[in-house]
Design a protein. Structure first.
Length: 647
């Protein structure tokens, strides 16, 4: 057979629309000629005859030959996708991956497959090409590739581009504002928030429902609205909790408590708070298991002995259903989720009936919507009676403070000087060490008022990077604040941060999200913190902490009182000295840092939950009784401070 003539004949039949005749010639020709052009003509012919899967294979055979023909492989990938042949599409995609980073159609297909297989680590390279793609489906896929890393430039570019192309999209606007708040771009926030506040004023929740529940708290302090921020969560099936509670379960003489988290490493804020509580759990009455899905890189940053915490079970590689089955197989009585709607959460594991009792604690300051929970652990400050209607969980209120604190593993403040931190020696120093996303335009304006009304004072302000510093400075300068009145600082080593806090005179809290771990760290470091009485869980935390350390007078009734109190205190150095002396003494005797007392109250809470479950009773609100107040310091080396304060 003359291959050249045969190919010309087949091509001629194809051009005339005689596809069956062309196919006959090509089938014979392939016995002697398997060149790329022959396979490519075969693919086009098969496509005309409706044999799309065979056409994909023919294009693949054409493209795989050397030198590789990416154009043929592209056609093969597109056709494999159309036919639902994901394995073949991936195989071809691996050959032309560089092309996929420039071709939105290819990127869309590969991203879809990787997402379906939960191989999210392979997706970052597709964000830019997809968000710039010409089709709406490209940009929708790009939005699905967004991760919760607010410092990833590809995420930032994706969100900015989505909002530019879809300015009327509520989701794009919400995402754009989340990234703006992270770097304190208050000009952007002020520009794009008005439609949201106007909609809320009309009772329209269009901007609330798709909002991320955690980031939603940073602009809305109304718990009646907070519960409607559900993002992409799904409503629970009717009767799920009742079915779970009725599943057969074997109780023992010990209560088996499981903690679920991605924060089981000493450097995380959660473990800075609760490490000592884990160590103090009474092993004669409780079995403690930690179901761990922490980031391995974070866990390797610092050596630690997790055996003191409990039995560590790795659930990283398990599906949500598989993790729930592992938890149930270990006969866990009470499963405590420490994440809620925060970064790295796998709270959805609880929706697979993991244990007889499900509890939310510590990680998320609000109702964890669409997660199967029986209780939320709080206290009478963060969870007052009038908040009950805004939570689907029953309240389990500890008697003094819901937040654990670690007085043993947390470093104590060491002597340091203002000069080391570029602070003026003779000025009154206001300080804010809260995260940038918590700093609202209102807070900055109030701080500006405080500086203007307080002679010889400065604001010591923590920033997460140069962008945040520039944005905050622009706002401060626009409000008439001199550069010499602001001292910007950055995150530093934890031990050094504990040291430096005492150099300030007064900590200024944020609203509607307070400092949480940040506030207790300041109180531990000897810095009084001024806060505002809150309107939801997230804005009531500092009030709880201040009461637990014995300084309730630093809770202002409203934002104007907060401003006035700050100004008054800047003129009363003797009161600041008194507050610092009280903190030094109360650190060793008041409940806030009394880990043993806290652990006893927490264990009593678990016993009360278990008692109801054993009797087959549905969850109900629980108020844990308090131990008698201490009369002696629980930290031996702080006895002198307590004695001095008592004189």
């Amino acid at each position: 057979m003359n291959t050249k003539n045969a190919f010309s004949t087949a091509s001629g039949f194809y051009q005339k629309g005689q596809y069956t005749r062309a196919l006959e010639i090509l089938n014979e020709l392939l016995n002697v000629d398997r060149s790329p052009k022959t396979y490519a003509l075969l693919a086009k012919t098969l496509l005309k005859l409706g044999f799309r899967s065979d056409a994909a294979s023919a294009y693949e055979l054409a493209g795989r030959q050397k030198p590789q023909r990416d154009d043929y492989l592209r056609e093969a990938l597109l056709l494999h996708n159309d036919c639902g042949n994901d394995e073949q599409a991936l195989a071809v995609g691996s050959l032309i991956l560089p092309m996929a980073f420039k071709d939105p159609d290819l990127a869309f297909i590969l991203a879809r497959i990787f997402l379906s297989r939960e191989q999210k680590e392979l997706l970052s390279g597709f964000k830019t090409v997809l968000v710039e793609g010409p089709k709406a489906e490209h940009r929708l896929m790009a939005s699905k590739l967004l991760t919760d890393d607010l410092y990833d430039e590809s995420n930032r570019h994706l969100v900015a581009t989505l909002f530019k192309k879809h300015p009327d999209s509520s989701i794009a606007r919400i995402l754009h504002l989340i990234f703006a708040r992270e770097i304190s771009d208050l000009a952007v926030v002020d520009r794009y928030m008005p439609p949201i506040t106007a909609a809320l004023a009309d009772g329209n929740l269009a901007y609330v429902i798709p909002d991320n529940p955690f980031f939603h708290l940073h602009w809305c302090g109304d718990e009646a609205i907070n519960k409607h921020a559900i993002h992409d969560t799904k409503p629970l099936p009717a009767g799920l909790a009742e079915t779970r509670r009725k599943l057969p379960h074997t109780w023992s003489n010990k209560i088996r408590v499981g903690y679920l988290s991605s924060d089981f490493w000493p450097g995380h804020a959660t473990m800075k708070l609760m490490q000592r509580t884990l160590e103090l759990h009474d092993r004669d009455r409780f079995e403690i298991t930690l179901f761990d899905h922490s980031d391995l890189a974070s866990q390797k940053e610092q050596e630690f002995d997790d055996h003191k915490w409990g039995t560590m079970i790795d659930v990283r590689g398990l599906s949500d259903q598989g993790a729930a089955e592992e938890i149930r197989a270990r006969n866990i009585d009470i499963l405590v989720d420490l994440k809620g709607h925060t970064k790295g959460s796998r709270a959805i594991i609880l929706n697979h009936m993991a244990a007889p009792v499900h509890v939310s604690w510590l990680g998320f300051p609000g109702s964890v919507v669409n997660i199967d929970l029986d209780y939320i652990i709080g206290d009478h400050y963060v969870l007052p009676d009038h908040s009950k209607s805004h939570f689907h969980e029953k309240f389990c209120r500890l008697p003094e403070c819901y937040q654990p604190n670690d007085p043993l593993n947390r470093p104590k403040p060491r002597p340091t000087t203002r000069a080391q931190h570029k602070l003026p020696e003779d000025a009154f120093v206001f300080a804010s060490f809260n995260g940038n996303r918590k700093i609202t335009s209102q807070m900055v304006d109030v701080w500006c008022n405080i500086l203007k009304r307080s002679k010889n004072s400065v604001l010591w302000l923590l920033c997460n990077g140069p962008r945040a510093e520039a944005n905050l400075w622009a706002r401060l300068e626009a409000r008439g604040i001199s550069r010499k009145r602001v001292v910007f600082t950055t995150r530093i080593r934890y031990e050094d941060h504990i040291d430096r806090q005492q150099l300030a005179d007064l900590g200024l809290d944020t609203f509607p999200v307070n400092g949480h771990t940040t506030t207790s760290e300041q109180l531990w470091g000897g810095l009084p913190v001024l806060t505002v009485k809150g309107t939801n869980f997230a804005s009531r935390v500092s009030e709880s902490l201040l009461n637990a350390i014995g300084l309730p007078e630093l809770v202002a009734a409203d934002i104007q009182t907060y401003e006035d109190m700050a100004v008054q205190l800047a003129e009363q150095p003797e009161r600041i000295a008194e507050f610092k002396q009280i903190l030094a003494a109360n650190r060793s005797i008041k409940p806030l840092f009394d880990a043993e007392r806290f652990t006893h109250h927490l264990e009593t809470a678990f016993e009360m939950m278990a008692a109801r479950a054993k009797q087959g009773l549905a969850p109900d609100h629980i108020d844990v009784p308090a131990l008698p107040a201490r009369s002696e310091p629980f930290m031996e080396d702080d006895r002198n401070s307590a004695a001095i304060a008592a004189e």
